[in-house]
Design a protein around this ligand. Structure first.
Ligand code: HEM
Length: 369
């Protein structure tokens, strides 16, 4: 008989893997399946029928597949994130980020979550999938609708909004000349294409926006911004932020067979939450008010912010680059920026700042002769 009090959360009906070493082992264990659609989505039967299109596409996201199905779907888009592709889009990415930060500074600063982090993350993902003219707020609306449903998947009204968002994503991608290459590359049929492309849009938005927001906060809290004109120093701040506060708190798995984790016997079919923070994901802690000046960022040990094993984040290099270039651009455009009021989001899965006010000096207007 297993000791359920140790790692079973009765309130949520899920097992929990908390400490970093056990989490790493769990993420590398093929007996913990990523096919969590059945265990996590609890729509009533009638709503399941009504939102079958949404559930069908989400079930094809390769983050929720195992084994060969996962590997072959992932390999179709691997080249979009390869070093060669990142080098190819590096100049365009710098332009997107320069434009976004300059617009923010010219607009007088204000909330950098809305004005910088959301804008950079949306414009970058739009660049990656080939939707450069799509409105930033539209992209975030789609991602939010899907995220809201994934977080509370028993609510039919959220399923309705997510299904509508998914339909709009499909229309935007399939109907765009500029997205055609990525759309064709992603899979051999339209359902799989929509699944992979919508997952890339979703995966690249909220998490990256959180990382950018928190990295700016970290830099300003520690008075580091002027130094971040050097890209390697900006990269270091991004890495410290990832270690200190991973944007995703945990990931979901389901036991594919009876197995033992941390001395607990988990029955086949049970849901498991694997923490990416090294602590119990359900622990209620006050959000940080100060950013620690020293964070151990030993790359040999590494943090779990991007997961581990077969499902390691495909966008990790892109997002690190985006966040570092954004810090560098802020250091160039407004090195004197001061931190104003900020607040943390209450979401335990997607962690970040909901607001981050920066006070920036008015831009210098040079008279032309
Ligand atoms: C700070 C930003 C990001 C964080 C913290 C993050 C975090 C993660 C984590 C923890 C996983 C593992 C999921 C699991 O094991 O179940 C993951 C997977 C994934 N991420 Fe990210 N991610 C970020 C940015 C991005 C970006 C920019 C993209 C795409 C443009 C992306 C696309 C994906 C995809 C497609 C997967 C699934 C990989 C697979 O199943 O093989 N992510 N991410």
């Amino acid at each position: 008989m297993t000791d359920r009090t140790k790692c079973y959360l009765h309130g949520l009906g899920t097992w929990i893997v908390s400490d970093a070493a056990s989490a790493r082992a769990a993420l590398a264990d093929p007996r913990l399946s990523s096919q969590v659609l059945q265990t996590s989505f609890h729509l009533p039967a009638a709503a399941r029928e009504e939102y079958a299109d949404l559930l069908n596409i989400l079930g094809r996201w390769f983050v929720m597949r195992d084994g060969t199905e996962h590997r072959s779907a992932r390999s179709r888009v691997g080249s979009l994130f390869a070093p060669a592709r990142l080098r190819k889009i590096h100049g365009a990415l710098e332009d997107v980020i320069r434009k976004s930060v300059e617009e923010y500074v010219l607009g007088g600063g204000g909330d950098a979550v809305r004005g910088v982090a959301n804008v950079v993350s949306a414009r970058t993902i739009a660049l990656l999938v080939g939707l450069p003219n799509t409105d930033v707020s539209e992209l975030h609306r789609w991602a939010r609708a899907i995220a809201d449903f994934v977080a509370a998947s028993y609510r039919a009204n959220l399923a309705k909004a997510a299904q509508e968002a998914m339909r709009e994503i499909g229309e935007a991608l399939a109907g765009s000349v500029t997205a055609r290459d990525v759309w064709q590359q992603a899979a051999d049929n339209d359902e799989e294409r929509l699944a992979t492309c919508s997952m890339l849009l979703f995966g690249g938005l909220e998490t990256t926006s959180s990382l950018i927001g928190m990295s700016i906060w970290y830099a300003l809290q520690n008075g580091l911004l002027p130094r971040l004109v050097k890209l390697d120093e900006a990269e270091d701040v991004v890495e410290r932020t990832l270690s200190f506060r991973p944007p995703l708190g945990h990931v979901a798995r389901a036991a594919a067979t009876d197995l033992e984790v941390d001395g607990c016997l988990i029955p086949a079919g049970d849901p498991v939450l694997v923490s990416l923070t090294g602590v119990d994901p359900m622990t209620v802690t006050s959000p940080p008010h100060l950013a620690p000046a020293h964070v151990v960022t030993d790359r040999r040990i590494g943090h779990l912010a991007f997961g581990f094993g077969a499902h390691y984040c495909i966008g990790a290099a892109l997002t690190r680059l985006e966040a570092s270039l954004t810090l560098r651009q802020l250091a160039l455009s407004c090195p004197e920026a001061k931190l104003g009021p900020f607040s943390w989001s209450k979401n335990r899965t997607y962690r970040g700042l909901s607001e981050l006010t920066l006070r920036v000096s008015p831009p210098i207007v040079r008279e032309t002769a």
